[in-house]
Design a protein. Sequence first.
Length: 234
Amino acid sequence: MGMIRRLLGVTTDDIERLRRQRLAEHAGRVSAFLAAGETLVGTAQAHLIGAPTPPDRLIPRLPPPASAPVEQARASGLARTAGWAYVAAHPFQAAGEVLGDALSDALWYVPDKVIGHLAVDRRADWSTTAARLVLLTLAVEQLDGYSGNFVVAATDRRLLVLGHAYKGSDPLYPLLQYAPGEIASVEIVPTAKSAKGMAEPHVELVFHDGSSVTAAPDAIAGTRFAELLSRPTN
């Protein structure tokens, strides 16, 4: 636990209590995406940092969340309503298809912007596993009421990545799921601020295709974020 927390009198027990409280808040919203017999182990919240900015045309346009008012759904047209119905029935498959459509015509590159292994010859390769996560977190941030943060929900079978709404009563937005072993490695990356107890260490996710992204967990998630990502599943 960092120096700042010690000065404020925040104990390890306090952090664990807040984590349990957040898990309880997330549990009901995550349960809608669990298969029969699947058990939620824990959740942690974070946001991506240092990712290059993709061309706007590559950012998927996601349908509105399931709780959108009827008037909003009607204003968006029957096509978008039907689209969300499909997302509700097949959430993670649908998000992947939306992203696939955005990338289907070509591979796109951004000159002179680099993020670790995500870049190839100083050009960001938007066809990688890491790029998929970057593009979908940007896409959900464009929805009304949703932020750049995302929630990782670890179950006894897989890892789910869900977009985070500003209001706790709004639904989480299904983005991606990772099977056991799909993330090659998870590494904690200390920073100058984390060394002084002013922030949590960053976490680097490395995928088997060599791509990687860096995430910053929030204060409540702390090291629990990395623990859930690297936790073995059945």
